[in-house]
Design a binder for this molecule. Sequence first.
Ligand code: ADP
Length: 709
Amino acid sequence: MASPAPLPPAEADPGARLVLAEHLLACESAVACARAVVEWLARRHGAPAACVGPGDGPGASVCLASEGLTGAQQAALARAWDAPGSPLATFRTRPGARWLAPDALEGAAMPGGFFAVPLGRPGATAAALLMVGLPGPALPEDVAWVASSAGPHLARQLASDARAPRRPEPDRLLRRVINAVSDPVLLTDTDGTLLFANGRAEALLVAGPDASPGRTRAVELNQRLFRETLAQGGTSVHRREVPLVDPLEGMDLLFELVTTPVLAPDGPSVVVSVLRNLTDLGRATQALGESYRQLRATEREARSERHRLDRVLDSVADPIILTDPAGGMVMMNDPAERLFAWPQAGGTSGEGAADEATLRRVRANDALFASFLANLLGPVNAGVSRWKSQLTLDDPSTGSPVPMEAMANKVLGDGGELTGIVTVFHDRTEVLERARLLERVKEVSSELEARVQSATAELAEQNEKLRRQAIQLEQASAAKSQFLANMSHEFRTPLNAILGYTNMLLQGVSGEMTPPQRRNLTRIDSNGRHLLEVINEILDITRIEAGRMPLHLSDFGIPELLQEVMAEMDPIIARSKLTVETRLDEALPGVWSDRQKVKQIVLNLLSNALKFTHEGGVHIAAEYQNATGTVAISVKDTGIGIDVSNQEKIFEDFQQVDSSPTRAYGGTGLGLSICRRLAAMLGGRVSLQSAPGQGSTFTLHFPRRARRT
Ligand code: ADP
């Protein structure tokens, strides 16, 4: 078991008595007990103090502990314990403390005198004497308390020490010497119980009762580690390492523990342990190891970097050569090797001629490269840092020329000295091929341009021709329209005269006619009317084409207009036996348009409907479409209908569904074409919905308010 921790300064702690009492209980020897008491009093009063007791055997009295006394004083006190006639010898047998004058004890005088207080069990002879250098005569209260508290305990310890073999206690000088040693030094018994520790060792292995919990834990750990290491030692001189913890900093420490058993001739064996701090040495070794590891890692990195560089260089498609300052090749990648390196030996004998040619080409390439490099070498070119030029090398295996661009760069050292030259070649075959292709593209494009120019000129000429033809056609059309208008007019006058006279004859102005005469004259009248109709329609078309049919816009109502149409067509409707109905939109507004033209269109559509319908009826409807602002007048019949293939055609001039000479229906084929033209003049159109056998619906769409064009 460890000895109790050093006492705290008594004056700094109000519970100092309690601390001393606890400390005394932990003391396992009379010496430790005496030292605790003496130190406590010396600190508390700043006075010298000592404890004298019996030694092993007669005349062996000792100064068990002392503070503030010289060695000679301690020896004198020890002698005075049982010297005949000495006051101390008598004091031992009488109870109560005595105060002695400064010179009362020869050789052990204390300036100012001192108290001698017997220590022991009450009523028994003092087991020891406590000496305290304080002025008398009254004994201070705490000295009396110490004597009464420590006395019985000390007596017990002295008795037990007398029974047990005394453990040697290093004397104070030795303790001082050991304390001065910079390494921790400990004295333990063979069980590892701490008998003595110098300051360094105490710092590591002893914690006082008021130590922080952290320090206490660290010290406990250290004690355990120390004891375990000590237990491995045996009885001979032993060295081994023991890891401890710095209780202050919490850092790991490494010590070398040297233990030496000391065999006392008159007592039990003790063990002297010296701890040598190896932490710094360990750290240095560790740092050295770390540096070495780093060095190895750096070396490995450098090696792998070199491999990587080699791989990168080889993966570059362009040849790269590294040369030394004298122009000697140091390193080259695979593509460069194919051009500049001698082929590996090992070809078969039959390939001799081919090898010869290959070598010759490699030699030629090397020579070209050397002369290229000469532009950077030598003192003359010291100021030139890079050189670029175009070389045509030979492909060693095929002999075909390889156009190259070579770019060489000087590599300079830290001191600016030339350390090497890196040359990178770039194959220009593709560039040249691209340039050739570009040239060809340019040629082709200029050819194309010339062709486009001539085609454009031709086109312009054709356009001009077409323009002239269009003018000629326009003039011809105008002439034709003029001619037709004139001719129609010229035809109409005599024809009207013919019809007039025919009518007079039929009415019997020139007397009664025989039935054959009347029949023939009726035919003349009918054909004349047809001819007049044709002429009128041609005249309408030519007038429209010649722009001689102006718009006459006015306000009018559709219902009235339709009434008029019905009235005019009434005889024909009556003859046809068909029903003709009219349905008008209730919200039908008045319109602003050319009334005559609208009427002409509706008349035409209605007469066609009556002509091409044999049974059923005709339905006329008019409605206003607000969204588009247009009026729609539709004429729907239940007649023969028109096939889709003919629905466009019938709006053209002189076109009929059946235009054969044997056709069943009369007509000119001009009615619908005139309707379409008139509708266009109104800003509208004529639409048709029809199918054979299902009747037809012709619809005129025109704006409610026409705009004069
Ligand atoms: P025309 O009636 O004088 O022959 P149109 O130009 O008015 O001339 O008509 C051209 C042709 O369109 C007619 O010959 C006829 O074949 C066809 N057609 C016109 N209206 C109708 C209709 N309502 N039903 C059937 N066919 C029609």
